[in-house]
Design a protein around this ligand. Sequence first.
Ligand code: XLS
Ligand code: NI
Ligand code: NI
Length: 437
Amino acid sequence: MPSAFPKIPKIQYEGPKSKNPLAFKHYNPDELVEGRPMKDHLRFSVVYWHTFRNPLADPFGVGTAVRPWDDGTNSVKNAQNRARAAFEFIEKLGAPFYAFHDRDVAPEGKDLRETNKNLDAVVQVLKEEQQRAGVKLLWGTACLFAHPRYVHGAATSCNADVFAYAAAQVKKAMEVTHELNGEGYVFWGGREGYTTLLNTNLKREMDHLAAFLHMAVQYKKKIGFNGQFYIEPKPKEPTKHQYDSDAAACLNFLREYDLIDHLKLNLETNHATLAGHSMQHELEVAAAANALGSIDANTGDLLLGWDTDQFPTDVYLTTHIMLAILKMGGFTTGGTNFDAKVRRESFEPIDLFYAHVGGMDAFARGLKIAAAIRKDGRLAEFVKQRYNSWNAGIGEKIEKGKAGFKELEAYMLKKGEVEANTSGRQEFLENLINEFI
Ligand code: XLS
Ligand code: NI
Ligand code: NI
């Protein structure tokens, strides 16, 4: 197969002074930050669906993407060629990982058996290409939302046959993820939600979703797949309300159904903002529960209320993300997965490179800035000092469970009034962050 990107060389690190749009200014894979190479901190991953399967259509117009390596057919041969083009891209970019849905990589056949066969044929190419290029699979997943059979959802469908089909599909997707040595497997609740409560038995649907995930946990054990399971919160789109609406809702669901030890969260910026949260908020909520696993790196448009999945270029955003990641001790199985697509107007193959190079650089800068903020120490020290009243005296007693309402009343009756509060210093702290940006 001829080269898919013949004019594009391997992307190199040229440093902050470079004016080359196809060079990294900040992402220097082997440079040590806090004693660990950047590439191991960031664990960048390219998504197959947006980068290789998104035609860049919108509700008002057809796709605009120019992808010369793709013959536009649904054949297995085309899917195999596309996989080779994808790996040329990932290799030239220097991303160590990729992620895919089963249906991104291989076409559906006339029935499940043929579909599985198609998948196997493409997985063989993925396997070869992974070995050739030294690229690893961050996570696999199943597309349980595009085909019309999933009109009412998959695990939460009102139709038990659809649940069964979804289970068979996930079983196969887990097997191929295992075969490809995937480091994780993601459950994103594609259409697991409702569009109207008038036709919905919410409790029953949530029970089914939990049963589905328990089956997946069992099957994981059975096949000896040791990758991490993740659940990916999103509040809406395509449905009006998705059951996995945000980090807190996911954690509650996992606890309620005794799944909390089996799944971590895969957090996506645009999903956080659709839920009315900052990404920072979602990261803190997940990390507090020891369940921050991986991130889908993208960003939304503040003026548009849907999942625009844009490439992240905002250094404040990446700084906040990397502060949270460093604070929890870094990724283990997870990574920075670019669940992002180029704009419909950015239809040339080279735009895929500009987008990823920019996103990787934005995260590399965020990482370096976050490390500098941590080295400086003033931010962490401020937060620590803020809770000083809990380190001794009455605060210590409360934290240790040695005081109840009665003791606290006696304490306060003696004191009469709270002596002083200190300023939260938000502006001071925002200025402090700016010192490093
Ligand atoms: C869609 C989700 C999806 C998951 C993988 O909004 O972000 O792309 O990451 O199924
Ligand atoms: Ni995502
Ligand atoms: Ni998304």
